[in-house]
Design a protein around this ligand. Structure first.
Ligand code: 5AD
Length: 350
C-alpha cells in the first residue's frame, strides 16, 4: 500500500486517485505530508500561472434569498438578517471604483433574489460590458433555469460560480432543506459548462456531518465536472442559523484540500477565500502557499458590507476591502507573488 508521500506523487503524475486513495490520504494527512503536498502544489501553480495572483472585485448585490440552507446567514428564515439589494447605479458605481483600483473581473454575487430577473441582470451586464469591454463579468447568483443562464451569457457574462457544497446526496440533505436537490445543482453546473461559461464549483470544508468519504466524493465529482474554477473555504457557524452551535471547519484541512485540488486540476483558478481569511489573519497567504492563485476582495458599497453576513465575523474591511489593494500587493510580494491587473482567464497549459 502506498504511503502518503507516494499517494501525493501518484496524484501529481496522474491528476487523479481512486475513492479509497482519496479517503486514505485525507484521513492520514499530517504535517509532513501537508508540506510535501504544498511544495508540489506551488511548483505546479508556478508552471501554469508563474508568480501571478489574480484579483476579482466581489460585489454582493443582494442579501435577499429565497432558499433556506441550514448553514447560511442570509437564509430566508433568518429574521435577524439585514436585507438590502443594490440598484443598477450602485452596481455600476462599484465597477467604476474597482476599475480604477485595477480590477478587470467583477463578480456579482447574491442570494437567490427574484428581484433580479433576466431582464434586470442582462441590462446591468450589458452596461458593464459597454463601459469596460476589457473586463470579465462573473455571476454567482445560484440556481436558475437553462434559459436564464443562456440569456445572461448572451448578454456578456463570462463566468459563473455555483458551489455544489457537497457531492454526497446524504450529506447534501443534512445541509439543505428537501426542496434543494444535489441532482439539480449538478444539472445547473453541467448546463453552465455546456453554454460556454468558465464555470466554478466548490464546497465547504468541515461543514456539519462531513466525513473523509464525503470529501473523497467531492474530489471525484470535481474531477468529472472538470470546472475552470474551484472555491473552497472552511464552514463557519452563523449564530442565527440551525448550525449556529456547530464547530467551524479548520484552516489546516482547508489548506490540505486546496493543495490536493491544485494537483488534481493543475490549470484551475483556485481562490484563497474570505472564509479562510476570516479564521486566520494569514489565511489568504497560507492559501496561496498551498496552491491557490486568486483573491476576491470586497468591492460592495461600505454601507452594505456588514449586511451580507453569511457567517459570524465575516471579513469585509481591512485588507479584505478592495481599497486596500496596495497592502494586499505588499503582503503577496512578501511570499513571492504578484497581483496583476488582468482579466485572469483560465489557461489550459498542462
Ligand atoms: N460558512 C462558510 N461558508 C459559507 N457559505 C455560506 N454559508 C457559509 C458558512 N456558514 C458559502 C457557501 C456558498 C458561498 C457563497 O458561501 O459555500 O456557496
Amino acid at each position: 500500500m502506498l504511503n502518503e508521500r507516494e499517494l501525493i506523487d501518484k496524484l501529481r503524475k496522474n491528476h487523479t486517485l481512486s475513492r479509497d486513495e482519496w479517503i486514505r490520504l485525507i484521513r492520514n494527512r499530517d504535517d509532513d505530508s501537508a508540506q510535501y503536498l504544498f511544495a508540489a502544489a506551488r511548483e505546479i501553480r508556478h508552471a501554469v500561472y508563474g508568480d501571478m495572483v489574480y484579483i476579482r472585485g466581489l460585489i454582493e448585490i443582494s442579501s435577499y434569498c429565497k432558499n433556506d440552507c441550514y448553514y447560511c446567514g442570509i437564509r430566508r428564515s433568518n429574521r435577524c438578517a439585514q436585507r438590502y439589494r443594490l440598484s443598477r447605479e450602485e452596481i455600476l458605481g462599484c465597477v467604476d471604483t474597482g476599475y480604477d483600483l485595477g480590477f478587470r473581473t467583477f463578480v456579482l454575487q447574491g442570494g437567490e433574489d427574484p428581484f433580479y430577473t433576466d431582464n434586470v441582470l442582462c441590462s446591468i451586464i450589458q452596461n458593464i460590458k459597454d463601459n469596460y469591454p476589457d473586463c470579465a463579468v462573473t455571476l454567482s447568483l445560484g440556481e436558475r433555469s437553462k434559459e436564464s443562464y443562456r440569456c445572461l451569457f448572451e448578454a456578456g457574462a463570462d463566468r459563473y460560480l455555483l458551489r455544489h457544497e457537497t457531492a454526497s446526496e446524504r450529506h447534501y440533505a443534512v445541509l439543505h432543506p428537501p426542496e434543494l436537490q444535489l441532482s439539480n445543482r449538478k444539472e445547473c453546473l453541467y448546463t453552465l459548462k455546456r453554454i460556454g461559461y468558465q464555470t466554478g464549483s466548490g464546497f465547504m470544508v468541515g461543514s456539519p456531518g462531513q466525513t473523509a468519504e464525503n470529501l473523497a466524493e467531492d474530489m471525484l465529482f470535481l474531477k468529472e465536472l472538470n470546472p475552470q474554477m474551484v472555491g473552497i473555504g472552511p464552514f463557519i457557524p452563523h449564530k442565527d442559523t440551525p448550525f449556529g452551535n456547530q464547530p467551524a471547519g479548520t484552516v489546516e484541512l482547508t489548506l490540505f484540500m486546496l493543495g490536493l485540488l491544485r494537483l488534481m486540476l493543475p490549470n484551475a483558478l483556485l481562490p484563497a477565500t474570505t472564509a479562510l481569511g476570516t479564521l486566520d489573519p494569514e489565511g489568504r497567504e497560507k492559501g496561496i502557499l498551498a496552491g491557490a492563485n486568486v483573491v476576491m476582495p470586497n468591492l460592495s458599497p461600505a454601507a452594505v458590507r456588514k449586511k451580507y453576513l453569511l457567517y459570524n465575523n465575516k471579513l469585509c474591511t481591512g485588507d479584505e476591502a478592495a481599497e486596500s489593494i496596495q497592502r494586499l500587493k505588499e503582503r503577496f510580494a512578501s511570499i513571492g507573488c504578484r497581483i496583476v491587473t488582468d482579466r485572469g482567464d483560465f489557461r489550459q497549459l498542462i
